[in-house]
Design a protein around this ligand. Sequence first.
Ligand SMILES: Nc1ncnc2c1ncn2[C@@H]1O[C@H](COP(=O)(O)OP(=O)(O)OP(=O)(O)O)[C@@H](O)[C@H]1O
Ligand SMILES: [Mg+2]
Length: 329
Amino acid sequence: MTQEHDLLRITDLQVDFNTFEGCLHVLDRVSITARMGEKVGLVGESGCGKSTLGRCIVRRVRPVAGEIIFWSERLNNVEDIVSVTDSIWKQLRKQIQMIFQEPGAAINPVFTVGDQLRAAIRFSAPTHIGKSQIQRRAIELLQEVQLSDPERIMSSYPFQLSGGMQQRICIAMALGVQPSLLIADEPTTALDVTIQEQILRLFNDLVSYHRTAVIFITHNLGVVREIADRVYVMYAGQVMESATTDELFENPMHPYTRGLISAVPKLTGGGIIEGIPGHIPSYLDPPTGCRFCTRCPDVVPKCDEVRPPIGSINASHEVACFLYGGEAS
Ligand SMILES: Nc1ncnc2c1ncn2[C@@H]1O[C@H](COP(=O)(O)OP(=O)(O)OP(=O)(O)O)[C@@H](O)[C@H]1O
Ligand SMILES: [Mg+2]
């Protein structure tokens, strides 16, 4: 049996953005973990900080507090991504890949797809590999993401391809590096439903063959239910609940999670469902307690002042809400 241990452990991560209007307090003491080979879903409505959290893991955003501990198999060591030196980060970077929400963020417009794909493969190879081997692997990767006519695509520039094709190239580049952690930020949003299915299946294969852990960021609960072993529910920069996927859908506890699940439109009809009234509070001056308090149907007076501690419902189910205990301190 393989020993299960945390590949990633994020503790109390805080992110502020300084803007013209003032300081936006976006992430508020976010803690999440991912085990080796685990598929972790990160859900929450638009603007709740999912991409910001992903960007912190690849050092595109600097937190003001907290740690991001990553277990590196190559270095046989744990490192804090927030504070490692650039030379160690260069090593870790080969093991962590992110598929960005906007393909434009990852593809360089002035190089052909082939140039970029070959560079990604060369970058990640543990030892030197020959040109023809790189070329073969690049074509294989394009086929894996269901792109037909890989030779033509290799010699194309990104602007000559559709958005969906560009997104699949980003996926191919991320897979080509064979990371131990893959952060997939809404990777299938730009794709049509049939290709979305294929890509999701591909993620599953990747995880089982390479024991890659995936942090799958999405606002689509249906996708999360299909892909994730475990889910974190975020709201306005705070983690509200986490549980195994089955448990979360069968027994959602946080009022926000319950609202989110009941707001999923059903194909069986019944009109437009109500959703959760209201919207995310301003990050300029959010409540110091639970940030969902302004929309919560079960709010009590202390909620806006005191952050409910994370309580364990069972070994794999945690919720931050005074409904389930926790004294104000
Ligand atoms: N570089 C930045 N400067 C200022 N504000 C930012 C920056 N990046 C993100 N934000 C703000 O942080 C908040 C969270 O943004 P983020 O992109 O992380 O949300 P998200 O959960 O990924 O949303 P979506 O589902 O729409 O992608 C938003 O209010 C956004 O405007
Ligand atoms: Mg996002």
